[in-house]
Design a protein around this ligand. Structure first.
Ligand SMILES: [Zn+2]
Ligand SMILES: [Zn+2]
Length: 407
């Protein structure tokens, strides 16, 4: 069977997350988006684990609406590198909490920081039969390639146990497959959502072929055992991500790698810190000038969240306006999921909503939406391809790395 899974989110017990990140809301919202499996996130947090237990029917079955949950947590190591762990059961999560709790405070944040390195976390992960890999691997603050130049450097003797890598919003398969050591790994596209709304939850997800919906099913897909495996990565254009380009973290001005170095990683305007973008980091790490995909690598589909396309088409300033919500709900109710609306449904049939929205979806399908790259912690943004705006975007191409996509 084929399933869609978003295996990295955070609960209401993590810092800077929505109070609505509870199991019921996540389950309901994931269902609307056509997602079959969601990672619980934060499963080492005692109060969140209690909620997970209350919602479960046995040690490993948690199902709300049509959404299944698997136990997951993110852990920050002593070098500030984030790791994602996917666990078989509630009892294994308790065992992991027991062991890892000696090295860090599990109650202060849903994503605990522990006094262990990547290798030590992977060792304990293996003991509790968890799958483990680096989260948002290329981002400049808390990721493996921010602190290390190779998997080996981070995971040492445990490198062979690492089974996946999470690409993060600012990278895709074409970026990551320029690095030879990653060819063995399964790539995950996950949302890392901090709120359950449709432009966040499952804004990235992985489609898998699995024998069954369970931890074991997902494990055989991630390990690519017995013809099971990932069948599709779905996510942002890398330029939409907030760390795609090298940029100032204060004013968000973009820099080339050379000018960032010349300026000693300080913005000449406001002395803000300049952070190296994923695009430049990949170029430093790359073994190949162009991506070399291994035979097991599935296609990558680039999406822009439907609610953001509607917001832009209607000229609204937020996805939470009544107009955006109504149109989103109408499209999802009529056609089933964002993917169905954005990619599959005949464009004529979409005319149950404002024509401006249909035109924007059509522009998305034709690769005509303009994406202004993100950087320094600010997301990229999209624009409709009106004539004069196109000219403006092309004129400023060199300074702000705008791109007019044609694929
Ligand atoms: Zn993280
Ligand atoms: Zn600045």
């Amino acid at each position: 069977m084929i399933i869609n899974a978003d295996l990295h989110i955070h609960s209401k017990y993590s810092m800077a997350t929505s109070k609505s990140m509870d199991l019921n809301t996540i389950g309901t919202e994931a269902s609307k988006k056509g997602i079959d499996v969601v990672g619980t996130g934060d499963c080492l947090h005692p109060m969140w684990l209690e909620e997970i237990k209350n919602a479960s029917t046995d040690d490993s079955t948690i199902k709300i609406e049509n959404t299944h949950f698997v136990l997951t947590t993110e852990v920050e190591d002593i070098n500030r590198v984030h790791h994602l762990l996917i666990l078989p059961s509630i009892s294994k999560a308790e065992e992991l909490a027991e062991r890892i709790g000696k090295q860090g405070n599990l109650t202060s944040d849903g994503r605990p920081s522990v006094k262990m390195d990547g290798c030590e976390i992977a060792e304990i992960g293996k003991d509790v039969e968890a799958l483990i890999g680096p989260s948002h691997a290329f981002t400049p603050w808390t990721a493996i390639y921010a602190a290390h130049d190779s998997l080996q450097n981070c995971y040492k003797d445990m490198t062979g146990y690492i089974s996946f890598l999470e690409l993060g919003l600012s990278a895709d398969t074409d970026y990551a497959d320029r690095i030879k050591e990653l060819h063995e790994l399964t790539f995950l596209t996950n949302s890392d959502a901090h709120s359950p709304w449709p432009n966040k939850l499952a804004r990235e997800f992985t489609q898998f072929s699995v024998p069954e919906i369970s931890f074991d099913g997902i494990k055989s897909a991630i390990l690519r055992k017995n013809k099971y495996g990932p069948t599709l990565n779905v996510g942002f254009y890398p330029e939409e991500g907030k760390y795609n380009q090298t940029a100032c973290t204060r004013c968000f001005q973009h820099f080339t790698l050379e000018s960032a170095k010349e300026n000693n990683w300080r913005c000449p305007e406001d002395r803000g810190q300049i952070k190296k973008g994923v695009y430049d980091r990949i170029n430093e790490l790359a073994d190949f000038d162009a991506p070399m995909h291994p035979s097991h690598r599935p296609d990558y589909i680039h999406l822009i969240p439907l609610s953001e396309i509607i917001m832009m088409a209607l000229g609204h300033s937020s996805i939470h306006t009544k107009g955006v919500q109504q149109a989103w709900n109408k499209l999802i109710t009529d056609f089933g999921s964002e993917v169905a609306v954005l990619l599959d449904t005949d464009i004529e049939r979409l005319k149950v909503v404002d024509e401006k929205i249909v035109n924007a979806i059509s522009a998305f399908r034709d690769g005509k939406l303009i994406i202004h790259a993100g950087g320094g912690g600010k997301y990229g943004w999209i624009e409709l391809p009106e004539k004069e705006k196109q000219v403006k975007a092309q004129n400023t191409e060199s300074s702000n790395q705008s791109r007019l996509f044609d694929y």
